[in-house]
Design a protein around this ligand. Structure first.
Ligand code: FAD
Length: 274
C-alpha cells in the first residue's frame, strides 16, 4: 500500500472534539504518514488549528501538519504561526491562499499561495516540507487550464516540495494534469486528494463551490438509490476505491484522504483497497 495521509478540520465544540478523537484513534491504525488540519480564514477558527495540531502531535502521537492560508492574516500573524509550528516540532506545512468567507472584507497581506511559499522559504529555509494545492479539474478562478498550470508552476518555483490535489472523481483529469506538469518541468510529487462519499447532497454543494465535477453517471445512480442508505454507502465506497486503484496503478505517489472528521467512509474505502 502507498503512503496515505488524512485531513481534518479543527473541532470546536465538546461534541466535535469527542468525534475528532474517536476518528483519529480509528484512522491511526492505518499508519498514515501524517494527519493535516485545515485553517479557517480569520476569526473564530484562527486559534483552533494550532491547538488541534498540538493535540495530534501530543495526545495522539501522530505527525500533525498545519494548513496555513494567506487570507485573513497579516504577514506578522503568519510569522507568529510559523514560529509556533516550528516550536511544536512541525516539519511539514500545507501552504494555501485560502478563500474569504462571504461577507468578510479583510484579505491579508499576501495575495497568492506562491507569496506564502516564498515567505516560508525566505524565513525558514528548508526546515519545512511545503505542500501546495493543485487542481486537476482547474481552479474555479483560473481563466483556463493553461493559465492555472502557469500559476501552479510559480508556486512550485517559489519553493514548494510537494502538491496535494483538490478532489476529483475522474482519474484521467489527474493523469493529464500530471503529464502537463511534467511537460512544464514540474517534477515534485503530486498526491491525489480523495474525498470518500459520506453525504451525497453535501458533496454536491461542496463540489459546486470548489469546482470539482461529479460525473453524471455517479450523480444519476446516487439519485436512483433515493433513501436506500446501504445501497448509497456500498456504491460510494466502490466508486472511490475503484478511483484509488486506478490512481495507484497509474503511478500516484501517495493518497491524501479528506476525512471531514469521519472515520467510516475513509475506512470503508481503505478496507476495499487492502
Ligand atoms: P493560489 O495557488 O494562490 O491560486 C488561487 C487562484 O489564483 C487560482 O485561480 C490561480 O490560478 C490564481 N493565481 C495564482 N497566482 C496568480 C497570479 N500571480 N496572478 C493571477 N492569478 C493567480 N482553504 C482554506 O481556507 N483552508 C484550508 O486549510 C484549505 N486546505 C486545502 C487543502 C488542499 C489540499 C486543497 C486542494 C485546497 C485547500 N483549501 C483550503 C482551498 C484553497 O484555499 C482554495 O482552493 C483557494 O481558492 C485557492 O488556494 P490556492 O492555495 O490553490 O491558491
Amino acid at each position: 500500500m502507498l503512503p496515505i495521509s488524512f485531513e481534518f478540520y479543527p473541532p470546536k465544540t465538546d461534541e466535535q472534539h469527542a468525534q475528532f478523537d474517536r476518528t483519529v484513534r480509528k484512522l491511526k491504525a492505518h499508519a498514515p504518514q501524517f494527519m493535516s488540519v485545515t485553517f479557517g480564514a480569520g476569526g473564530s477558527t484562527l486559534s483552533h488549528t494550532p491547538e488541534t495540531v498540538q493535540r495530534l502531535r501530543g495526545e495522539h502521537g501522530v505527525d500533525g501538519v498545519p494548513h496555513l492560508t494567506c487570507v485573513g492574516g497579516s504577514r506578522e500573524e503568519i510569522r507568529t504561526l510559523l514560529k509556533l509550528y516550528r516550536a511544536l516540532g512541525c516539519t511539514r506545512i500545507v501552504a494555501l491562499r485560502g478563500d474569504l468567507p462571504s461577507g468578510m472584507a479583510r484579505s491579508g497581506d499576501l495575495r497568492y499561495a506562491s507569496e506564502l511559499v516564498r515567505l516560508i522559504r525566505d524565513e525558514h529555509g528548508e526546515h519545512f516540507h511545503v505542500e501546495v494545492a493543485a487542481y486537476p479539474e482547474t481552479h474555479p478562478q483560473s481563466e483556463d487550464a493553461r493559465i492555472g498550470l502557469g500559476h501552479f508552476k510559480t508556486k512550485v518555483e517559489a519553493g514548494a516540495s510537494g502538491a496535494i490535489t483538490q478532489y476529483f472523481y475522474n482519474a484521467d483529469a489527474y493523469f493529464r494534469f500530471v503529464d502537463d506538469a511534467r511537460a512544464q518541468g514540474i517534477d515534485l510529487p503530486i498526491v491525489p486528494g480523495i474525498m470518500p462519499i459520506a453525504n451525497f447532497s453535501q458533496l454536491r454543494r461542496f463540489s459546486e463551490a470548489c469546482g470539482a465535477q461529479i460525473p453524471r453517471w455517479i450523480d444519476q445512480r446516487m439519485r436512483a438509490f433515493g433513501d436506500d442508505a446501504e445501497a448509497v454507502r456500498e456504491f460510494a465506497a466502490d466508486v472511490v476505491a475503484g478511483l484509488c486503484r486506478r490512481l495507484v496503478e497509474g503511478g500516484a505517489p501517495a493518497l491524501h484522504f479528506y476525512t471531514l472528521n469521519l472515520a467510516k467512509p475513509t475506512q470503508t474505502v481503505l478496507q476495499r483497497l487492502a
